[in-house]
Ligand binder design. Structure first.
Ligand code: ATP
Length: 383
């Protein structure tokens, strides 16, 4: 079971996407891509701003890589235009775009050492020897690999190879770095460490980055903004917090983190609150935001497991409350995830932070407990 993680930092203090006068660095206009009958990308419109670390996130086959490849120039859009710094790049070949792509497999040359691998692109471009040496040295220092310049790829760990590949992408000073699942080959610990390193390095060289990933934790941790894709379309764009706290649809609430989903009928609707009756909890859910659908509409309320509190005694407030039995406890070290079965049969997940050692905890299997959550904890979804 995976833990949902709230983004723990935001890199860009100013948010250029909120400034109507700011010009996008990359602009995709009505981009579609068909492979025969297969619509890989459908009418995508997207603006990315300078210095952003932007992620395309979505399940396998949703069209992320195809979109990235169109930006790099390896695929031509069936319809639409691609602009970089306001210049139409749609018909410009890959080698003439100010773009570098780092692939899933690092594809380092096995017979060349680290320095030669990194300098390869510069030699191809005819850069003078001295300058190549300076730029390679600088970039090796940046990725903390100065000591390992003479090693061959097979003498490096996976994480070190990954840093060489990154150095090779950066040494040509592209304006736009495209990353296709850059950390996929690393184990969990190294991956988490490298996520920080990658973001720090990209900030130091002040580059704009676009990353493709299907790993929501990775996207949440690293990105200024995320576009969630499904079946060739962008279904929501926002900061990690916006996407996590205010998902627009059930698909997004489910795909990003974990959500308890309560099905119900809207019975009261005001600008500052909504009341939803749900047979699934045999009660009412009170939410402190209005919704834009008529009374009687079929809706869902998403509540994240960490927003649910477990009580031994019945709370006074009856709304946003349910009674259940502990049927499962998943101990994950820092937190435990409780599965609670309500009298209606509905299973609810609640995350409890383990302040004490697990043996000290009072709640256990088959205990009867009460659950509650705040009016601000739920989001009403209509699709
Ligand atoms: P993954 O995470 O698995 O890499 P993705 O989101 O990157 O998936 P794409 O590789 O962009 O998805 O593929 C989108 C759709 O387009 C898929 O249905 C895929 O099978 C199809 N597709 C991609 N490339 C081609 C191609 N060259 N010819 C035909 N169909 C293709």
């Amino acid at each position: 079971m995976s833990k949902s993680k709230i983004p723990f930092y935001k890199k860009v203090q100013e948010q250029p996407w909120l400034n109507p006068r700011e010009k996008p660095y990359i602009h995709l206009e009505n981009i579609s891509k068909y492979f025969g009958d297969v619509a890989a990308v459908k009418n995508v419109n997207l603006s990315i701003y300078k210095s952003e670390f932007f992620s395309l996130l979505g399940p396998s086959g949703c069209g992320k890589t195809t979109l990235l490849r169109m930006l790099a120039g390896f695929e031509r859009p069936t319809t639409g235009r691609i602009y970089i710094e306001g210049i139409d790049m749609t018909d410009v070949p890959p080698y003439d775009r100010p773009v570098n792509m780092m692939f899933q497999s690092y594809a380092l040359f096995p017979h060349m050492n680290v320095e030669e691998n990194i300098g390869f692109g510069l030699r191809q471009d005819g850069v003078p020897k001295n300058e190549i040496k300076n730029r390679v040295d600088q970039i090796l220092e940046l990725v903390k690999m100065s000591e390992l310049g003479k090693r061959k790829p097979h003498q490096l760990s996976g994480g070190q190879r990954q840093r060489v590949a990154l150095a090779r992408s950066l040494v040509k000073r592209p304006k736009l770095l495209l990353l296709d699942e850059p950390l996929a080959a690393l184990d969990r610990k190294l991956r988490e460490h490298t996520q920080f390193e990658l973001v720090n390095i990209q900030e130091k060289v002040d580059i704009t980055s676009l990353m493709v990933t299907h790993d929501q934790e990775e996207a949440m941790t690293m990105s200024t903004r995320i576009a969630v894709m499904s079946e060739g379309q962008i279904v929501q764009t926002g900061t990690p917090t916006e996407i996590y706290e205010f998902p627009h649809t059930k698909f997004i609430a489910d795909f990003i983190g974990t959500a308890n989903m309560f099905e119900g009928v809207l019975v009261e609707e005001e600008p500052d609150h909504a009341l939803i009756h749900s047979e699934e909890i045999d009660g009412d859910l009170y939410i402190n935001h209005g919704v834009s659908v008529p009374i009687g509409s079929h809706v869902w309320v998403a509540v994240r497991p960490e927003k649910i509190t477990i009580h031994k005694n019945e709370p006074k407030e009856k709304r946003n409350c349910a009674k259940g039995i502990v049927v499962e406890i998943a101990y994950l070290g820092d937190v435990s995830i409780y599965h609670l079965r309500l009298e209606t049969g509905k299973i609810i997940m609640a995350t409890v932070t383990n302040f004490n050692r697990i043996t000290d905890q009072e709640m256990t299997w088959d205990d009867e407990v009460y659950l509650s959550w705040k009016p601000s904890s739920g989001v009403v979804l209509v699709t």
